[in-house]
Design a protein around this ligand. Structure first.
Ligand SMILES: Cc1cc2nc3c(=O)[nH]c(=O)nc-3n(C[C@H](O)[C@H](O)[C@H](O)COP(=O)(O)OP(=O)(O)OC[C@H]3O[C@@H](n4cnc5c(N)ncnc54)[C@H](O)[C@@H]3O)c2cc1C
Length: 388
């Protein structure tokens, strides 16, 4: 921390140690940091682990979503559609592995087929106008082992190497003079003043203290906990309540006969057990959705019921899946800001109008499509901060 301060001795930022501090070195924090550094800000990212992106940003499906499902006008819809285009361009320009492998949303019965039209209409409102209806036989021409009564083809859905993406974002950040400090947990935030100017004072778990003019909290699962250390009571501000929803993935142990991502019709806010491919073409199924109070990433299936449920779901669209080909994979935890029986919430990006603290932006509930949207979130947050 002290070394970092010394590196900045030529800049003053009204005597704060750093102009903008970002808590959280996941894909969203890194994307925000990259944008702010590119716009001339002095930026530092604090990350509690010894590597960037080792929580949710490396425990997801790595899908570049088209923007089909989200309510029109929501941040999730707008930032997904803008973020998708930006992400393809960034990946191409920076050599990040990615693939426009396309996706099929499949209807397994006549009721679901009627739902395809509603999905396409929603997508259209979000600016996703490239979906194509397929009959069952057209879908089978693309994917001979697929069982369905109809499908929607999404040409702009793809996959990306999330680690490669984060390394490229880190490269941009450091090339513009920004820094990432690893193994450093922010444990409390206080309001302070430096040279008569408002600032934030961040204390780390090891007791180091540093000051910043602006503070961005992009701490994923840790966002509420750290913001709640700041005394915002005067503004009667409450952080959104956090709900955790774990998702399990099974990997496919044999060669995958599919070249498209295959999604069933969504069930409420959950996309259902779907098939995704990584950059190397390896297939995995999931994530499912289990509400939990625990931050454990343990794969839970002691009684085999989870495997059974996955097999049932998968066989609806792949009836000829061989026996015993599912291998326990990994899990990820969604940081949601709505509970099991509550309406789906949008991304919550809180600036001073929410909490009354100039210079503070806090992000909550950045679940899917946060990876797809990361570059657009970076622009959005930078605009909020710099235009304030
Ligand atoms: C199962 C699952 C599947 C998903 N699939 C997709 C998908 O296919 N496509 C898509 O677009 N999106 C997907 N998402 C969403 C996407 O992964 C997230 O939106 C995105 O990774 C969030 O990034 P983040 O940087 O906000 O959070 P994180 O990756 O969690 O980063 C936050 C960082 O903050 C650090 N941190 C927390 N507290 C502190 C502290 N006090 N001090 C210092 N550091 C701290 C953490 O260690 C962490 O590294 C999925 C999510 C899940 C859970």
């Amino acid at each position: 921390m002290r070394a970092a301060k010394n590196q900045r001795k030529t800049k003053t930022f009204m005597s704060a140690d750093v102009e903008t501090l970002i808590i959280g070195g996941g894909v969203v924090g890194l994307a925000i940091a990259r944008t702010l550094a590119a716009r001339g800000q002095d930026v530092m990212v604090l990350e509690r682990h010894d590597r960037i992106g080792s929580e949710t940003s490396s425990r997801n499906s790595e899908v570049i979503h088209a923007g089909i499902y989200y309510p029109p006008g929501s941040l999730r819809a707008k930032l997904c559609v803008a973020g998708k285009d930006a992400l393809y361009q960034f990946a191409e320009e920076n050599g990040v592995s990615h693939k426009r492998c396309r996706k099929l949303v499949v209807a397994s019965n006549e009721d679901e087929r009627a739902g395809l039209a509603a999905l396409a209409a929603n997508a259209e409102k979000n600016g996703v106008g490239d979906l194509k209806f397929l009959t069952a036989s057209e879908a089978r021409e693309l994917e001979p082992e697929l069982e369905c009564v109809g499908a929607l083809l999404s040409p702009s859905t793809g996959v990306i190497d999330s680690h490669g993406l984060m390394l490229a974002l880190e490269g941009h950040l450091t090339a513009n003079g920004g820094h990432i400090v690893l193994n450093t947990t922010a444990s409390s935030i206080q309001r302070t003043e430096t040279c008569g100017h408002p600032a934030f004072e961040i204390t780390t778990a090891l007791g180091d203290v540093m000051t910043c003019r602006n503070l961005i909290v992009a701490a994923g699962l840790g966002a509420q906990e750290i913001v709640e250390t700041l005394d915002t009571k005067k503004q009667s501000y409450r952080t959104p309540k956090q709900y955790l929803a774990k998702g399990h993935y099974f990997s496919l142990a044999t060669r995958c006969p599919f070249s498209h991502l295959i999604y069933p019709m969504p069930t409420g806010a959950w996309l259902g057990v779907h098939l995704t491919l990584d950059i190397a073409g390896r297939a995995k199924f999931g994530p499912d959705l289990s509400w939990t109070n625990s931050l454990s990433y343990a794969f839970e299936d002691e009684d085999g019921e989870r495997r059974k449920a996955f097999c049932q779901s998968i066989r609806k669209f792949w009836p000829s899946m061989p026996e015993n080909v599912l291998v326990e994979g990994y899990t990820g935890i969604r940081s949601k800001i709505y509970g099991p029986r509550q309406p789906v919430a949008d991304f919550a990006i809180h600036g001073p109008e929410s909490h009354g603290q100039d210079g503070l932006i806090a992000l909550y509930g950045i679940e899917s499509p946060g990876l797809t949207a990361c570059l657009a979130i970076g622009d959005h947050v930078a605009d909020m901060l710099l235009q304030a």
